[in-house]
Design a protein around this ligand. Structure first.
Ligand code: FMN
Length: 325
């Protein structure tokens, strides 16, 4: 029964995963780094999602497996969807993978792996299972500078391309604190949450900064005008690459009882479906629930939020996270 529930839950997660961006038609286009790519696989599931589109991994019904605690994936379908090529020498058992200028060479049942002729040792050797070459996903994805995320609860593997567009390497962290703050209260709380949860921390920086006059809510200030204008969407300066994160802690100050309009800009610009979103705020005294209801207009499954302060403690943050599960 437990197993059935878990399979149903996993299927729901798979079905509800929507991924932005579209696959490039060929490797050359991908090398420009302009395209986003997301491949979602699941242990024991012969179906994968490429940019949200479900397809069979291959005609043999091959599915990813776990061997010695490492995820082995049928490599041909993945590399080809990445835009790379796979070569196979049946005599030597050698597999050659090419993507852009990079080349990986591996040998079946051997832990030696060569990235551009540099030797590396794998934890788990590549294997042939049901006539398919199964390779350790993390080494390959990371060698080719793809992001790779693992969701243990649903046994989902997500391979993404996008971070290297900016030349940035993925940090490997599964959660990010993303916050907006004008007078540092939310920033201080965001830093505490990032430290407690071992998350990356990203700031929503407005293209036009808010001056003190803009925040003087006793006047006809910019912040007040924006909050009174349903269509206001203040522009965000930097763009984020969020594909690798499973959990987003989203922080903001309360403005006139709810979140600042720049959070609407953020929620409309990024597809957070499939991620756990945990809102938090600081305020003079107002609670967070009105803003959480507003976020639910975009993300019905968003967790209850936490109103914190610059003095919120580690224990309080842990309790909030525990109660949100
Ligand atoms: C335009 C504006 C409107 C605000 N509205 C509220 C409010 O409705 N309720 C409240 O408790 N605090 C309100 N505040 C206070 C902020 O929520 C509070 O100072 C918050 O901690 C600021 O966060 P920050 O330092 O990260 O910008 C408002 C502040 C501004 C600038």
């Amino acid at each position: 029964m437990k197993k059935t529930i878990s399979i149903i839950l996993s299927l729901i997660v798979m079905l509800s995963l929507t991924v932005t961006g579209c696959a490039a038609e060929n490797g050359a286009e991908k090398e420009t780094g302009k395209e986003d790519l997301s491949i979602v696989l699941q242990i024991d599931n012969p179906t994968m999602q490429v940019n949200g589109e479900k397809k069979a991994i291959d005609q043999n019904g091959t599915a990813p497996v776990i061997v010695n605690g490492r995820t082995l994936v049928p490599i041909r379908a993945i590399i080809e969807n990445m835009g790379g090529t796979v070569g196979w020498n049946g005599e030597t058992g050698e597999v050659t993978l090419n993507y852009g200028d990079d080349e990986i060479r591996l040998v079946i049942d051997s832990k030696a792996a060569y990235l551009n002729n540099e030797a590396n040792e794998l934890d788990t050797a590549p294997a042939i299972i049901n006539e398919r070459t199964m390779l350790p996903v993390r080494f390959i994805a990371e060698s080719f500078k793809f992001g790779v995320a693992w969701d243990g609860a649903s046994e989902l593997i997500t391979i993404t391309k996008g971070k290297s567009d900016t030349g940035e390497e993925p940090s490997g962290k599964k959660s990010a604190v993303i916050y907006f703050s004008c007078t540092n209260n939310t920033r201080t709380l965001a830093k505490t949450i990032a430290a407690v949860t071992d998350s990356d921390i990203l700031e929503i920086v407005p293209s036009i900064p808010y001056t003190s006059a803009d925040l003087n809510y006793n006047s006809d200030c910019r912040a007040n005008k924006e909050q009174n204008d349903d269509s206001a969407r203040p522009e965000i300066e930097a763009q984020f690459e969020l594909d690798g994160y499973d959990t987003i802690y989203l922080g903001y100050p309360i403005w006139w009882g709810t979140m600042p309009k720049i959070i609407n800009t953020f929620l409309e610009a990024y597809d957070l479906s499939g991620k756990t979103v945990m809102p938090f705020c600081t305020s003079g005294s107002s609670g967070i629930s009105t803003s959480v209801n507003a976020i639910r207009e975009y993300l019905p499954g968003v967790k209850d939020g936490m109103r914190g302060t610059t003095a919120t403690t580690e224990a309080e943050i842990k309790t909030w996270i525990e109660n949100s599960k």
